[in-house]
Design a protein around this ligand. Sequence first.
Ligand SMILES: [Zn+2]
Length: 330
Amino acid sequence: MVSYKELGLVNSREIFKKAFEGKYAIPAFNFNNMEQMQAIIQACVEENSPVILQVSSGARKYANQTLLRYMAQGAVEYAKELGKNIPIVLHLDHGADFEICKSCVDMGFSSVMIDGSHHSYADNIALTRKVVEYAHQHDVTVEGELGVLAGIEDDVVAEHHTYTQPEEVEDFVSKTGVDSLAISIGTSHGANKFKPEQCTRNADGILIPPSLRFDILEACEKRIPGFPIVLHGASSVPQQYVATINQYGGALKDTIGIPEDELRRAAKSAVCKINIDSDGRLAMTAAIRENFAIHPEWFDPRQYLGPAREELKKLYAHKCVHVLGSAGKA
Ligand SMILES: [Zn+2]
């Protein structure tokens, strides 16, 4: 049993409170390897932003949960070495059951998500309540979820959205004791968030996705005033990355994300945490494909992972400054 406090991590309570009052959102970036971690920390230190390091079930399988925890511990020291003691949360993304949440609490995570959204409402409450009771004994914060996002993210797969029902949120929050709530208002997992036929085209032929359901967000906010809300699946799928990937041999089709101005609007509301994963995947892949094409003689991974890390860092800094508004808030 190790407490996150000994590792220099923080839970999400204080940073969400500040984010709510300051009308911005904390970035939650997923990581699986060293280069992603370095890019996240470098960007957030340079922009003086608090940050949530997220570990998905896919990341735990790919990189090992223990190793990822030590990397997060290393990230705290790395940030200090870079000159800033920014608040860093280590968060379990989409915990599927009590056991995985408990194991993360026990090994030094400062925040966990229990995703009971595909259970019945009553079972979701019971499961979430159980995780909250355990996590709060260790001052670890808990994110719950109501409503189901469409799309694919690691092991989380759903064909269609089930929008959050605002009339459930107050009851859910009070019965479970969660610290934050992920809701479904039209964001979705993966890089294909909408089908082209769901979109309209502007004068330049660019696909414009349907707007997020701000009416649902506002109805939720009214029922749980001041309570931190979380948006999953909030990548914008920058089309310059998609173009670069496809220019250098990739075959991505129908990639459509959430427009950044909609996320900017959400960040000014009760949304205190915005999850971004796919955009980082696209940035790295674009940089690596381009460098492979231009430098076919390269075979040292540092030659192509270095520029990929640099592109990622630029992306994360952009998100903090222009999308979430978290720059300067550490
Ligand atoms: Zn998610």
